[in-house]
Structures are given as C-alpha cells and as structure tokens.
Design a protein around this ligand. Structure first.
Ligand code: ADP
Length: 193
C-alpha cells in the first residue's frame, strides 16, 4: 500500500503520516526530515538544500527527485510506504508516476489534511518554541503557505480527478484527526499489499 499525505505546512502531516505508516506496514518518508538530516550531517545535498529551507522555497526538483528515488529504492519501501511532503510540484508528480510505473505499482491513495490558514500560522508559531526549526518564523511560514497554495494545492485536485483523494478535516484533537485519517484510508488498506 503506497500512500501520500498532503496538506499545507502545520496541517499535521508528519504526525499522521507516522500513524499511517504503522497501519500500512511501511516506512514514513518525509522529504523535509530527509533534507534536515542532510543539513545536520553537512552533506553536499544538505549544503545545497539549506538556503531553500531557510526561506521556505522549494528545493529544485532534480535534487529532490534524486533523494526520493534513492530512498524509495531501499528494501523497506519495496511494497508499502507513506510519502510526506512529496510530490509538491507537477514535475515531481510525473517523476513519482514514472518511478512507480517502472516497478509495476502506483499511488494507492492520497490523504489531504485541511486546516484554515490562521490556525496553521498559530500552530507553527506555537511549535517553533519547541521544534527549533529555523523556518518556523511568521514571515517564512506565511511564505511557505503561499508557495503551497500556488504550487502544491493544484496537485491535490489532480489526484482527486484520479479518484484517489481523501480529504480529512485536520482541526480538533490529534486523536480525533487520527481516527478520521484512519477511517478515510481503512477501505484501501490491505496490510502487506
Ligand atoms: P512543511 O510542510 O511544514 O513546510 P516540511 O518539513 O515538509 O515542512 O518541508 C520543509 C521544507 O523542505 C520546505 O519548505 C522545502 O524547502 C523543503 N521541501 C520539502 N519537501 C520538498 C519537496 N517535495 N520539493 C521541494 N522542496 C521540499
């Protein structure tokens, strides 16, 4: 079972992707976490990505695509995974389609978490106190939201047209949202598939 989780910054993708990954029996793959790990380890990729994360721009597709291709080639992602934060551009959608097609598979479902903008900004600013993420400032957050609306929200509609989309209300307690997310994908989840 191959799932995507989409939604604006602060919608709770990371939290719920973890629960979904446990449900499908595959890894939770977050491109944001992969980039932050490279930055911490001061790899060449990290040095390349750093300035984009700092301002809330998207890292160029070629760099991101290579990183995801490598990650998905690892044995733990052979059958099931939850991708969090990828794809985010039209070109990334095409790359992912090709990559999965070459393996004789495809995306099985997409969960979109919806949360009003003002709530998103408030959440991220609260989180910034503990996350230590340098891109969690109001200015960068508002920019990340604008980039999401401009470049990524249209992709959600495209997955909707493929009949893969589950829109889930991301407001309320973490537990409530988790139940909604699990209920949305329950019909599609076949462990080990
Ligand atoms: P959020 O969704 O809360 O903004 P993420 O941790 O998913 O946070 O992403 C943080 C940053 O990592 C993004 O602002 C962007 O710079 C970079 N990034 C993550 N995923 C991608 C992607 N698929 N394509 C390009 N850049 C990405």
């Amino acid at each position: 079972m191959r799932l995507l989780i989409m939604g604006p910054p602060g919608a709770g993708k990371g939290t719920h992707a973890g629960a979904l990954a446990a449900l499908v029996g595959g890894p939770h793959i977050s491109t944001g976490d992969l980039f932050r790990d490279h930055i911490d380890r001061r790899t060449e990729l990290g040095r390349l990505a750093e300035k984009y994360l700092a301002t809330g721009e998207y890292v160029p597709d070629a760099v991101t695509d290579d990183m995801v291709r490598d990650r998905l080639a690892r044995p733990d992602a052979a059958h099931s995974f939850v991708l969090d934060g990828y794809p985010r551009t039209d070109a990334q959608v095409a790359t992912l389609d090709e990559l999965l097609d070459a393996r004789g598979t495809a995306v099985d479902g997409v969960v979109e978490l919806t949360v009003p903008d003002d709530e998103l900004v408030a959440r991220i600013l609260r989180r910034s106190a503990v996350s230590g993420r340098s891109d969690d400032t109001e200015e960068v957050v508002r920019h990340r939201l604008a980039v999401y609306t401009d470049q990524t929200a249209p992709l959600v509609r495209a997955y909707g047209e493929r009949g893969l989309l589950h829109r889930v209300d991301g407001t309320g307690s973490m537990e409530e949202v988790r139940r909604r997310v699990e209920a949305a994908v329950a019909a599609r989840v076949r462990p080990g598939a």
